[in-house]
Design a protein around this ligand. Structure first.
Ligand code: G3P
Ligand code: CA
Length: 326
C-alpha cells in the first residue's frame, strides 16, 4: 500500500517537504476558525488541518476536542448542559446550537488562563465553529481564486468515543471526502487518526486515499487486545500494509533534550518501511527549552537533519520561510 507513496497530494509539492498548518495558522488566530485557515492559506501552507468530531445531529465539525469549553463560550450560553463530569460534549449539541457559540483562543480549563501566553487575546472577535463541508468549500474556493492547490489533512478524533455514543465518525466523513474529490492517492489529502483499529477500518470502508497513523509514544496500540507493542521494524512494516505514513510526536523523531536536537532514527526506519513521516507540532512560541527559543532550529532539525517529509506547525509562515530559505 505504501511503498510508492511520497508526499504530497498537491502536484507541485511532489517530493518536497510539506508544511501542514496545525489547526490553521493557530499561532495567530483562534484554532480551527475559518479565519485561521484563510491566514494559513495566504501564508502558503501546503496542507491545512481539520480535526473532526460529530454534533448531536451527526454533522462533522472542525473542532480539536470532543468537548467545547476550552475554545468556546458554551458554559455561558448553555449553563447546565454539561455531563456529570462537568464537561460540555460537542456530541450533546445540535449543529444549530453549536453555531451560536463564539470561539475564542484556547484556555487551560483547569486555570481558566490562556493556554499560550502571547496569542490572540481573549474577549476579542466573533468566530464560529465551521462544519467540515464549509471549510472544504472555503479551501477549494481559495485554491481557485488564488491559483493554489493547498491540500487538506482531516483527523478522525476519538472514533472509539463516537462508537460508544452510537455514532460513526468515519461513516460521516468519508462520503464528504468523496463528494469533494479527495478520493485517491493522487488527491491532496491525508486522512489521519490516532486509533489503529479505525485506521484499519477506514480501509475496509473503502477509503482509497493517503492515510496516516498518529502516535505519541514509541509503543503503539495495534494488537487485538489493545496492548502496546514497540514501534520496531515489524510494527512499521505492518503499519505500511495499511497506511501511507506516520504522524509521531516531535520528541519521537528528535531528541528534544540533546543540545543538537539529534535525530532518534525513527524517520529512517519508517522510510525503510516505505512510510512518509509528518511529525507534530512545531510551535515557535513554545521553546523546546529556554535557551533555544527559535522555531527555525526545530524546522532545521526535524525537516533538515532528521529528514521528515513534512511537519505540523502552529506557525506555517515560519515553516514556509524555512523552506524558501533552503
Ligand atoms: O494530527 C497531528 C496533531 O494535530 C496531533 O495532535 O492533539 O493537535 O490533534 P493534536
Ligand atoms: Ca490533529
Amino acid at each position: 500500500m505504501s511503498a510508492a507513496v511520497r508526499p504530497a497530494g498537491a502536484a507541485e509539492n511532489a517530493g518536497a517537504k510539506v508544511i501542514i498548518a496545525h489547526r490553521g495558522a493557530s499561532g495567530y488566530l483562534p484554532e480551527h476558525t475559518l479565519e485561521a485557515k484563510a491566514m494559513a492559506h495566504a501564508f502558503g501552507a501546503d496542507f491545512l488541518e481539520q480535526d473532526l468530531v460529530l454534533t448531536k445531529d451527526g454533522v462533522p465539525v472542525v473542532l480539536h476536542d470532543i468537548t467545547l469549553e476550552a475554545v468556546t463560550d458554551v458554559e455561558d450560553r448553555f449553563p447546565g448542559r454539561n455531563r456529570p463530569d462537568g464537561k460540555f460534549y460537542a456530541i450533546d449539541f445540535t449543529l444549530a446550537e453549536i453555531k451560536t457559540l463564539n470561539v475564542h483562543e484556547r484556555v487551560d480549563t483547569k486555570t481558566g488562563k490562556p493556554a499560550f501566553r502571547s496569542r490572540f487575546p481573549q474577549g476579542l472577535g466573533q468566530f464560529r465553529i465551521p462544519t467540515f463541508e464549509e471549510e472544504l468549500q472555503m479551501i477549494q474556493g481559495m485554491n481557485a481564486s488564488r491559483g493554489m492547490s493547498a491540500g487538506i489533512y482531516p483527523e478522525l478524533k476519538s472514533p472509539a468515543f463516537h462508537h460508544a455514543e452510537g455514532k460513526d465518525l468515519a461513516a460521516a466523513v468519508l462520503p464528504i471526502l468523496k463528494k469533494y474529490g479527495y478520493w485517491g492517492k493522487a488527491t491532496p489529502c491525508f486522512l489521519q487518526c490516532f486509533e489503529w483499529p479505525e485506521v484499519e477500518r477506514v480501509r475496509k470502508l473503502g477509503y482509497p486515499g493517503q492515510l496516516v497513523f498518529l502516535m505519541g509514544k514509541t509503543e503503539v496500540r495495534m494488537s487485538e487486545s489493545g496492548d502496546a507493542v514497540p514501534l520496531d521494524a515489524s510494527a512499521l512494516k505492518r503499519i505500511a500494509e495499511v497506511a501511507d505514513g506516520i504522524g509521531p510526536a516531535l520528541g519521537m523523531v528528535v531528541d528534544l533534550k540533546s543540545p543538537t536536537l539529534a535525530p532518534t532514527g525513527l524517520i529512517d526506519k519508517a522510510h525503510a518501511a516505505g512510510l512518509v513521516v509528518h511529525p507534530y507540532t512545531i510551535r515557535v512560541d513554545v521553546p523546546v527549552d529556554a535557551s533555544r527559543p527559535d522555531g527555525a532550529i526545530l524546522f532545521d532539525a526535524v525537516l533538515g537533519k532528521a529528514g521528515a517529509d513534512g511537519v505540523f506547525t502552529d506557525h506555517p509562515d515560519r515553516g514556509v520561510a524555512w523552506k524558501r530559505g533552503r
